[in-house]
Design a protein around this ligand. Structure first.
Ligand code: ASN
Ligand code: ZN
Length: 326
């Protein structure tokens, strides 16, 4: 295991897993590698390498900077799954994936691809806001975890649950990282300024804050974009973690309503994330819908905490709070 220094755009100065003389190859994390596509859109481009073990300067003009952010995000996501859930890598086999940065020209997206077992990042508007923040990296890497576990089909209600799984672990990883420049929150993409006005891409306390996502389940939610039908499950995760009403965490104030008007008492983020992880890996299937997510999470909470436990009651009341009934 060997460490270098990353001067990132979104997370300040960080430690990166590197290999001697010198490449972005994380030998302590399954040899996860980070490549520079240099505005190409296929292949791997070139592995980041250089004469010193210092990567980037915090600006997007330095092409190493996005590499440092992406490599760091993959590393903390690896550590989260390993140290919190005992999962060694995306497939659980100890083998790293790889990241590709500088995809295309001013490309405003990031994505996971099963066939290459890799994640890819555009540089954002004006090539100035690479989509390489911790939460986006964790979101994309989690698509790989979902592909190798529940395999939730990426359309209909299962698609919304697939997207929510990536947002839930994006938030969990960001809190786990506890980075001074990017403290944990229940937003997705608050660092990458994808809307150009400084607001996040998604909100978990009240998903409709983005203007498109749904706060609660309704018949027909399976017909909308999976990044909006994720809303009820994201909202469930917030309610189960923190409870309904107002709460300030790391300087951010949230205000989470319930669809039934009844209060939810939170059980904490760690228990909520454990319940979702165990449901994803032991209960959900490719066609699980919102009703199935409720059944699966109640079953997991019952196994973990017992029949009639406060945790089971909270799981049920949080689902009721997003209009997923029994
Ligand atoms: N960034 C998007 C996502 O991971 C790409 C997509 O639409 N699949 O959800
Ligand atoms: Zn996604």
């Amino acid at each position: 295991v060997h460490n270098g220094t990353g001067n990132t755009q979104y997370s300040g100065q960080v430690t990166l897993g590197t290999a001697p003389s010198y490449t972005l190859t994380d030998t302590g994390r399954g040899n996860h590698k980070t490549y520079n596509l240099n505005r190409g859109t296929s292949g791997t481009g070139t592995l980041f390498s250089g004469p010193d073990d210092i990567w980037g300067d915090g600006t997007p003009q330095n092409l190493e900077t996005a590499g440092a952010d992406a490599h760091f995000g993959a590393g903390v996501t690896w550590d989260y799954y390993k140290n919190v859930h005992g999962r060694s890598g995306i497939r659980g086999d100890g083998v790293g994936a790889y990241s590709r940065v500088h995809y295309g020209n001013a490309y405003v997206n990031a994505f996971w691809t099963d066939s290459c077992f890799c994640m890819t990042y555009g540089d954002g508007a004006n090539n100035a806001k690479p989509l390489t923040s911790i939460d986006v990296a964790a979101h994309e890497m989690t698509h790989g975890v979902t592909s190798h576990t529940a395999k939730l089909v990426y359309s209909g209600e299962s698609g919304g649950l697939n997207e929510a799984t990536s947002d839930i672990f994006a938030a969990a990883v960001e809190f786990y990282a506890n980075n001074a420049q990017d403290k944990g929150d229940y937003f997705v993409g608050e660092k990458i300024d994808i809307r150009g006005n400084g607001t996040p891409l998604r909100y978990m306390d009240k998903p409709s804050r983005d203007g498109s996502s749904k706060d609660s389940w309704y018949s027909g939610i399976g017909g909308i974009d999976v990044h909006y039908s994720s809303g009820p499950a994201n909202h469930w995760f917030y309610l189960l973690s923190e409870g309904s009403g107002t709460k300030t965490i790391n300087g951010v104030t949230y205000d989470s309503p319930t669809s039934d008007g009844l209060p939810v008492t939170g059980i904490g983020r760690d228990k909520a994330a454990l319940i979702w992880y165990k449901a994803l890996t032991t209960k959900f299937t490719s066609t699980t819908n919102y009703a199935g997510a409720r059944t699966g999470t109640v079953a997991v909470a019952t196994e973990l905490y017992g029949v009639g436990s406060a945790e089971v009651k909270a799981v049920e009341s949080a689902w009721a709070g997003v209009n997923v009934g029994s």
